[in-house]
Design a protein around this ligand. Structure first.
Ligand code: FES
Ligand code: FES
Length: 162
């Protein structure tokens, strides 16, 4: 029987403790154990970006991250972006610009955008495209997604949103 180890970390601001197998991925723990199914499994090989979450503020491919690597850390998933019924700056901009079609890539795109906006006051289009370059979208053609991130950055710079 696989040996279990205790994983203690924070997910979306809440303390979580559970027993995990050493080879269990962060994506498996989030989706299957904690029922946080916003993080998607696209390729399962680190290529598509659909599983991206923030671990201690940095984007990580949850499909390639062992759950135990997040020991003692803070994980942010798409479920943690909104404040109750109030969408985050990025979520609101994605909705308004029509940056979401099937939505499969959207959680990863949102977290990558959140990371970028937390580090850069007003990223230009090249910086936005660079940040999203590892994220595959089959539907939108990317233009609306780039527009959404630029809108969110613009609003924050103008103090229209926090
Ligand atoms: S599912 Fe993790 S990068 Fe594609
Ligand atoms: S909206 Fe469908 S994959 Fe991006």
């Amino acid at each position: 029987m696989a040996k279990l180890q205790t994983l203690a970390f924070e997910v979306n601001g809440e303390a979580v403790e559970l027993a995990v197998r050493s080879q269990e991925t962060l994506l498996e723990v989030l989706r299957e154990r904690l029922e946080l199914t916003g993080s998607k499994e696209g390729c399962g090989e680190g290529v598509c970006g659909a599983c991206t979450v923030l671990v201690d503020g940095a984007p990580r491919r949850a499909c390639l991250t062992l759950a135990l690597e997040a020991q003692g850390g803070q994980v942010l998933t798409v479920e943690g972006l909104a404040d109750g019924a109030e969408l985050s700056l990025e979520q609101q901009a994605f909705v308004e610009t029509g940056a979401v079609q099937c939505g499969f890539c959207t959680p990863g795109m949102l977290l990558a955008s959140h990371d970028l906006l937390s580090r850069q006051e007003q990223p230009d289009e090249a910086a936005i495209r660079q940040q999203l370059s590892g994220h595959i979208c089959r539907c939108t053609g990317y233009a609306k997604i780039v527009e959404a991130v630029a809108l969110a950055a613009d609003r924050r710079a103008k103090g229209e949103a926090s």
